[in-house]
Write a protein that binds this ligand. Structure first.
Ligand code: SF4
Length: 355
């Protein structure tokens, strides 16, 4: 590669990089936190969560000591909760290492739970100066255009990024490529006129930048209606803990059941909905003592799932929760639990009266 291109990109990064809270950071734990938060989440969202998280969990020790419920609670709103569980497991794994030393190479970092090739390369290069590539979605787009490669494979990207990585400023180099993709070489309407590598960009020369990389067809998003059963008794509601490993694993939520699309639409429950409510309630060993009343529906989009939550509230006699994943909680107790954002919007509708 033309060395001038490298110099031009680094100079551009030095001059106009965004002032983000994790810029200039050399603590590997803090870099790992920022990289994990940034996976699948917008920068402006992460900016709001990053510093509060570090105030609560300033280092490996404090996060490793924390209970998983609290970790999920602090993560609430960032979504993709598996990342929080993996981050928690990763710092516990770091603590178990000889002397509690943070792994310094991309190879060692890959052994931590949830740390993939990209995150390992980013942490190793930024925190420890390892000459390792880090290819995220932004870098993939930049390299595809820079070399006019329509369908870059993982091995092609790894090879290009490895050739390019700067030998003395690998961390800055990786961040410069990511920053270029985030700010200049954007998915739509790349700003080629102000791009520091435009002179060397093959796609720009060919006029093909808008078609690079070729977009994969998006997987279909499935739409579902989800019944939420809100049992209320003496100022408390029943929450169940979701199984580990699945969607929103380990979080607390209302009992739910997937319905036929449109089954619950309308101000009164349909027969189908009433029957399903009865089935869910039976499974909870509870008894309802009032009619199910609809609360406002809440819509939430997951990556491949578009869920319309249809909550129904009803008074119930409180059964003794079995202690293994069910709890009758007050408003303040619910405030301290990790609860999915959409379900917290249902909680916010409650009056919490004690009868
Ligand atoms: S010249 Fe345009 S297409 Fe090429 S890297 Fe720069 S912004 Fe992207």
């Amino acid at each position: 590669m033309n060395p001038e291109a490298r110099t031009a990109l680094l100079a551009h990064y030095d001059a106009v990089r965004r002032d983000l809270p994790w810029r200039g950071e050399s603590d590997p734990y803090r870099i790992l936190v920022s990289e994990v938060m940034l996976q699948q989440t917008r920068v402006d969202t992460v900016v709001r969560y990053y510093e509060p998280w570090l105030r609560r969990f300033p280092d490996v020790e404090s996060l490793a000591d924390a209970d998983v419920d609290e970790v999920l609670r602090e993560w609430e709103g960032l979504g993709y909760y598996r990342r929080a569980r993996n981050l928690h497991a990763a710092v516990r794994a770091v603590r178990e290492r000889p002397g509690g030393e943070f792994p310094e190479t991309a190879l060692e970092l890959r052994a931590l739970p949830g740390v993939g090739e990209y995150t390992a390369g980013a942490v190793a290069s930024i925190a420890f100066g390892e000459v390792a590539p880090a290819v995220d979605g932004n870098v993939r787009r930049v390299l595809s255009r820079w070399f006019d490669e329509p369908e870059p494979t993982v091995s092609w990207l790894r090879a290009r990024a490895t050739e390019l990585v700067h030998l003395t400023r690998p961390g800055d180099w990786n961040q410069a490529l990511m920053e270029l993709g985030a700010v200049v070489c954007t998915p739509r309407n790349p700003k080629c006129a102000v791009c520091p590598v435009s002179k060397w960009c093959a796609a720009r020369a060919a006029g093909s930048q808008a078609e690079r990389p070729v977009r994969a067809r998006k997987p279909r998003v499935r739409a579902v209606d989800m019944l939420l059963v809100v049992l209320q008794c003496d100022g408390r509601v029943l929450l169940v803990r979701r199984p580990d490993g699945g969607l929103l694993g380990g979080m607390w939520a209302f009992p739910e059941s997937e319905m036929t699309l449109g089954a619950g639409a309308g101000p009164t429950p349909t027969e189908e909905m009433e029957a399903e409510i009865a089935t869910v309630v039976r499974g909870l060993d509870a008894a309802i003592v009032g009619p199910p009343l609809p609360l406002e529906t809440v819509v939430h989009r997951f990556t491949h799932l578009h869920v319309t939550y249809r909550p129904y509230i009803m008074k119930a006699t409180a059964t003794v929760a079995d202690g293994s994943g069910r709890a009758w909680v007050s408003a303040s107790e619910a405030g301290a639990l990790a609860i999915p954002v959409a379900q917290r919007r249902v909680l916010d509708q409650l009056t919490w009266e004690v009868r």
